[in-house]
Each structure stands twice: as structure tokens, then as C-alpha cells.
Design a protein around this ligand. Structure first.
Ligand SMILES: *[C@@H]1O[C@H](CO)[C@@H](O)[C@H](O)[C@H]1NC(C)=O
Ligand SMILES: *[C@@H]1O[C@H](CO)[C@@H](O)[C@H](O)[C@H]1NC(C)=O
Ligand SMILES: *[C@@H]1O[C@H](CO)[C@@H](O)[C@H](O)[C@H]1NC(C)=O
Length: 148
């Protein structure tokens, strides 16, 4: 009887929570970030998640920074990075946001340009998924997060 109840609860979990089913199949995610700034500008980046601090890295033109991780079971994985180059302010971008990336990539390739990061689109075969910098709201949240 106990066994049946357990089996039924497991079935219920697997069939009603499609999110949980997806997460069961999760594999390692690879992220590659390349400096595509114009004029040979160096790029300084610093990526973090709730559990990991990947440290500060300096990228010359076309150089890449790579990391990989296993996403959280419950789908809340977030990696965010600060970016800075000569003459610019410190700006932020959420480089891996589970809800956004889930269907797009397991090898997530980004290039960093002045007007925002662009992700490689496996359908168009180019870096066409471009996003704006999010400097304002997130800045305060991230500052707080960094202090914790
Ligand atoms: C960076 O890569 C681009 C595209 O492959 C190339 O045209 C350019 O010459 C490279 N720049 C440097 C400094 O290596
Ligand atoms: C900036 O971040 C905030 C908070 O996460 C979000 O609500 C907003 O949509 C973002 N704006 C842009 C332009 O990405
Ligand atoms: C965000 O930062 C970039 C680069 O410094 C800048 O060009 C852009 O105007 C800023 N956007 C906002 C909304 O502050």
C-alpha cells in the first residue's frame, strides 16, 4: 500500500509538473563569451551566480571566457556578469537566465558589443539574438547581491 501511494505521488509529480520533467533531463550548460568590441578595446568581465564567483577576467579583442555548470533542478539558475571597457561605466547583463536560454542553447555563445550582448542563434547561424544592456534597475539588486 505504501509503495502504491509512493508510486502514485511520483507519477503525479512527473505528469503534472512538466517543469520537473524537463529538469530531470538537464545536462551541463556551456557558456562562451567573446570580446567583439570595436577599436581593439579590452573588455573586463566578472560573472557570478548565487553560488559561484567566476572572478574578474580581461579579454583582448576576440578572446573568450568560458564556463560551464549544471543548472539547478528547480529551474532558477541565473548567472549575471558585469562588463566594463575603457571610457565606459560598469554595466550588467544576465548572461544565463534559465527561462530565456532553456529552449535556445546548451552551448550558449555570446559576443559582447558596445550596444549590447548578442547570442548565437542556431537557426539563423549568426549572432542575431541581441539584447540591450540592463544598467539601471538591476544595478542596485546586483550590488546588494555582491555584498551578501
Ligand atoms: C577578430 O575576429 C574578426 C572576425 O573573425 C576578424 O575579422 C578580426 O581581424 C579579429 N581581430 C583581431 C584583433 O584578432
Ligand atoms: C531590466 O531588469 C529588470 C529587473 O530584472 C526587468 O524587469 C527589466 O525588464 C529589464 N529591462 C530590460 C530592458 O532588459
Ligand atoms: C547602458 O549602458 C550603455 C553602455 O555604457 C549605454 O550606452 C546605454 O545608454 C545605457 N542605457 C541606459 C538605459 O542607461
Amino acid at each position: 500500500m505504501k509503495g502504491i501511494v509512493l508510486l502514485l505521488s511520483l507519477l503525479a509529480l512527473l505528469t503534472t509538473n512538466s517543469d520537473a520533467r524537463i529538469k530531470l533531463l538537464k545536462h551541463r550548460i556551456f557558456v562562451v563569451i567573446a570580446n567583439d568590441l570595436s577599436g581593439g578595446l579590452d573588455l573586463t568581465l566578472h560573472c557570478k551566480s548565487r553560488d559561484d564567483d567566476l572572478g574578474e577576467h580581461l579579454l583582448h579583442t576576440n578572446q573568450t571566457f568560458e564556463f560551464n555548470f549544471r543548472p539547478y533542478f528547480w529551474g532558477t539558475t541565473l548567472f549575471y556578469c558585469s562588463f566594463q571597457w575603457k571610457g565606459g561605466a560598469l554595466i550588467w547583463f544576465d548572461i544565463y537566465k534559465e527561462m530565456r536560454e532553456l529552449k535556445s542553447c546548451t552551448l550558449c555563445k555570446w559576443i559582447i558589443r558596445e550596444n549590447g550582448p548578442c547570442r548565437y542563434d542556431y537557426i539563423t547561424g549568426s549572432y542575431s539574438d541581441c539584447y540591450p544592456w540592463n544598467n539601471s534597475t538591476i544595478l542596485h539588486e546586483k550590488k546588494n547581491a555582491l555584498q551578501n
